[in-house]
Ligand binder design. Structure first.
Ligand code: CMC
Length: 426
């Protein structure tokens, strides 16, 4: 393989270095392109653009492979727990027993949030979407911990921000939910492990005892692991680009939460359930719905992916988990059958086959969330809870590698040379 790429422009030849990643991914390093040629590249939606060298997550879309720090997603989902995976993503290695105990203890120590956060929460109407509430609460941490605004934080300061965010996020997510229900918030119970503590804050109420069901806690653990990182997706790229201006971890993650909210990204899990409920309520046959998708009247939410062109390994795990969990919990959700019918119809239809459209992580996850008692408008918030360690790891990597500020170019196609005319003469 050549380690140089040749570009011929206006009859002149230029050489650019080829770089190869540890999984043999190849890229042309065009860092000097504009200086040498005066040209920039044009790549709307960044379909061909590598924006960083990252050692966190590897994704092979053609072969349906996803690895965190070299460990396959299948193995982590089966054997690990969310906190351990968070440590792996953020610090690069699986923790030893002592490292895990210290990480867990540090998170417990910081799980409370400032009482004044309740006043911010009170300012929202109860019908506010919890994603907006969550992004505001995360950003509000910059006010309670102004040292997080330090543009060049020491490793200790970075670590402090990381622990605080990991610790407070489940509390903020549960409080956003309680707010939407108009119910009193619960404080964290540090003797419970991460998922059980979160479920307790979500579902306990003053009128009856809440005992965490281990089936629910384990299902949540797997879902959070599956969502924990996904390299340079829309929200993660947002976190990195915001962080590249030396913005704080909290500000950067808050921006990432907003990017995740959109229906083409993390918001798709809410859209999928709404679509399935609508299909059920209207009684439309799945084959007729597929026809509407093919004529582009509607999009099949939870299908398709920018990178996966064969299958999404997370969707495979979730589909299986969906059957297991619903049967363990004794839940019979009729939309599961509709989802399976849609998947079957799509996988056998040339429209989907030719475009390489397969179920993604969001296709079945909402059905599990609903079986766990989580309401539809909280689905994307659950995605954010899971994605947090990935955002943190990517922000930390960017800062440690001292990457420059992100600042793309454009091709200007607007007016050239207009002359100003006073408003009364236009
Ligand atoms: N239903 C119907 N047609 C689709 C779909 C879909 N879900 N996704 C893509 N297509 C078609 C699209 O219309 C286009 O067709 P044509 O060539 O005739 O114009 C072709 O497939 C290529 O689509 P694209 O929009 O250019 O692909 P993209 O890589 O830009 O978009 C995507 C990827 C995920 C935004 C898109 O597949 C989509 O909108 N899916 C539905 C929303 C969704 O489930 N999002 C969650 C993604 S996974 C969770 C995450 O990490 O965010």
């Amino acid at each position: 393989m050549s380690n140089q790429a040749e570009l011929i422009l206006d009859g002149k030849s230029y050489q650019f270095p080829v770089i190869v990643g540890s999984e043999n991914e190849k890229a042309i390093d065009i860092g000097k392109l504009r200086d040498l040629t005066g040209y920039v590249t044009y790549d709307v939606g960044y379909k061909n653009t590598g924006v960083t060298k990252s050692a966190i997550t590897y994704l092979d879309g053609e072969n349906g492979i996803l690895k965190y720090r070299g460990y396959s997603i299948e193995e982590l989902a089966q054997k690990s727990n969310f906190l351990e995976v968070a440590y792996l993503l953020i610090y690069g290695e699986l923790p030893t027993v002592d490292q895990y105990r210290d990480f867990d203890a540090a998170i417990d120590k910081h799980s409370m949030i400032h009482e004044d956060v309740k006043k911010i929460l009170d300012g929202f109407p109860s019908f506010a979407h919890p994603m907006g509430v969550l992004s505001s609460l995360v950003c509000s941490l910059t006010a309670f911990y102004p040292e997080s605004l330090e543009p060049n934080p020491t490793p200790e300061q970075i670590d402090h921000s990381i622990i605080r965010l990991m610790a407070k996020m489940p509390t903020m997510v549960a409080w956003a939910y309680k707010k939407s229900k108009g119910r009193p918030v619960n404080y964290p119970i540090n003797s419970l492990e991460y998922c059980a503590n979160f479920l307790h804050m979500m579902f306990a109420n003053p009128t009856e005892k809440y005992i965490v069901d281990p089936v629910v806690s384990e299902a949540l653990n797997v879902l959070l692991i599956l969502h924990a990182d996904h390299e340079q997706n829309c929200s993660t790229s947002t976190v990195r680009i915001v962080g590249s201006s030396q913005a704080s971890l909290y500000g950067s993650v808050s921006a990432g939460i907003n990017a995740l909210w959109g229906p083409l990204h993390g918001g798709a899990n809410q859209e999928v359930i709404e679509m399935l409920d609508e299909i059920k309520a209207s009684g439309i046959k799945t084959k007729d719905y597929i026809e509407k998708v093919k004529t582009k009247e509607v999009r099949l939410m939870g299908f398709g992916h920018r990178v996966y062109k064969n299958f999404d390994p997370r969707a495979k795990i979730i589909k299986k988990a969906c059957d297991d969990i619903l049967s363990k919990l004794g839940v019979n959700d009729p939309v599961l059958e509709i989802a399976k019918e849609l998947e079957q119809a799509a996988l056998n239809d040339p429209y989907f086959v030719e475009r390489k459209l397969y179920p993604n992580v969001d296709f079945y996850s909402g059905i599990i969330y609903r079986a766990l008692g989580i309401p539809t408008n909280m689905f994307t918030v659950m995605f954010a809870l899971g994605r947090l360690p990935g955002w943190i790891a990517q922000w930390k990597e960017l800062r440690e590698n001292k990457e420059p500020i992100g600042r793309p170019r454009q091709i200007y196609v607007g007016n050239v040379s207009k002359t100003y005319v006073n408003i009364e003469n236009r």
